[in-house]
Design a protein around this ligand. Structure first.
Ligand code: NAD
Ligand code: ZN
Ligand code: ZN
Length: 362
């Protein structure tokens, strides 16, 4: 099959012929129908690194073509969406309803000594995040797959796996936003837009969105922001204070740059929570004054994958989309072929672009 391989840091994405093993145990083979370009894959390929060569791609949707002998949760012909959340289903965190912080995510991978799921000319090729969606086919543990209705279109389905789970999940799961609450979304990109959708689903009273690009803010308004603030031209802390009076109940930071996160902290009202989602730089973080935090009863929390239970949340977002309650179509600004990943990432830098999705794998 064809796959887009990254052979080393900064070596880009090159389509090659790669072998995919037959499914064993809990593995599921899928024909990939759509694969989204998320920033995290570009970060792995350009500065974070990991095992190379590797096939990346962790926003993936496809149809099941074969299953291992122990697979019980999906069947041939099912339409599935993958997630990078790897969980064992048996540790205390999984049993406590927090599979996104499973203690044994390696349970979803092949054991050392077993042949690699992906290989090239007999040599192993690493599988990005247990998924490797930048390919014609993928071999994925059934725990990382959720079944969606057949009528769910492929491209929006793929986006649910990371950007939607993270953005909407931060609001619905991590923060537990309630109707009437005041929400601030910092950064209206491919993930932040889904936080707006999550805030609408939760019935938030006020949804303030800040960004530095007017085109992003226009899209934020279309997604349901009640107020938008261009933080390049307007002080966002003052703006949030003016709009809310008492400060915000929840502030979600999708940017992750120290000055921006510090502003997020200052936007909080009494009892407010600041949620850290974006990682714009290696030194991303925030200073917390104990005196301020304790007297105003405020909190700061890191958010991994929107605290999502993927088997519950992926089908939920798919039905919310099919019912017209969640906008996924306008996240997609471009559809590309498997060979065009680098150009796709380039176009993500344009202010008019939200998400780019591979839909042509030939
Ligand atoms: N925590 C997790 O589990 C998780 C999961 C997925 C993605 N992420 C991270 O979430 C972040 C957002 O991802 P994305 O795909 O939406 O990125 P994106 O580039 O599409 O969006 C970022 C947005 O922030 C805006 N922005 C930049 N500087 C700003 C500033 N100073 N003030 C306000 N807005 C500003 C940009 O204009 C853009 O619209 C990334 O850092 C990504 O790695 C985290
Ligand atoms: Zn992602
Ligand atoms: Zn577990």
């Amino acid at each position: 099959m064809k796959a887009s391989v990254t052979r080393g840091l900064g070596q880009g994405f090159v389509v090659e012929e790669v072998e995919l093993a037959a499914p064993i145990g809990h593995e599921v083979r899928i024909e990939v129908k759509a694969s989204g370009l998320c920033h995290s894959d570009l970060s792995v390929a350009t500065f974070i690194g990991g095992d190379f060569p590797v096939v990346l791609g962790h926003e993936v949707a496809g149809v099941v073509t074969a299953v291992g002998s122990q697979v019980t949760q999906v069947a041939i012909g099912d339409h599935v969406v993958g997630s990078l959340i790897q969980y064992c289903g048996a540790c205390v965190n999984c049993l406590g309803g927090r599979s996104y912080i499973c203690l044994h995510p390696e349970a979803t991978e092949r054991a050392a000594g077993q042949p690699s799921r992906l290989s090239s000319g007999g040599a192993p090729v690493a599988q990005g995040m247990g998924l490797a969606g930048f390919a014609q086919e993928a071999l994925i543990h059934e725990n990382q797959l959720a079944v969606v209705p057949d009528e769910m279109p492929w491209a929006p389905a793929a986006l649910i796996g990371c950007g939607v789970l993270t953005g909407a999940g931060a609001v619905l799961n991590t923060a537990g936003v309630r109707h009437g609450d005041t929400v601030v979304v910092i950064g209206a990109g491919g993930v932040g837009l889904n936080a707006i959708s999550g805030a609408r689903l939760a019935g938030a009273g006020t949804i303030i969105v800040t960004d530095i690009e007017d085109a992003k803010l226009d899209r934020a308004t279309a997604f349901g922001a009640t107020h938008v603030v261009n933080s390049r031209t307007t002080d966002p802390v003052e703006a949030v204070r003016d709009i809310t009076g008492a400060g915000a109940d929840h502030v979600f930071d999708f940017v992750g740059a120290r000055p921006v996160t510090a502003q997020g902290m200052q936007m909080l009202g009494k009892g407010g929570g600041l949620y850290l989602v974006g990682v714009g730089a290696m030194d991303a973080g925030v200073e917390v004054s104990t005196l301020v935090a304790l007297s105003a009863s405020q909190k700061v929390q890191g958010v991994y994958m929107g605290s999502s239970e993927l088997k519950r949340d992926i089908p939920f977002y798919a039905s919310a989309y099919l019912q017209g309650r969640m906008n996924l179509d306008d996240l997609i600004t471009k559809r590309i072929g498997l060979a065009d990943i680098e150009a796709g990432y380039e176009s993500l830098k344009e202010p008019g672009t939200a998400r780019v999705v591979i839909t042509d794998f030939n």
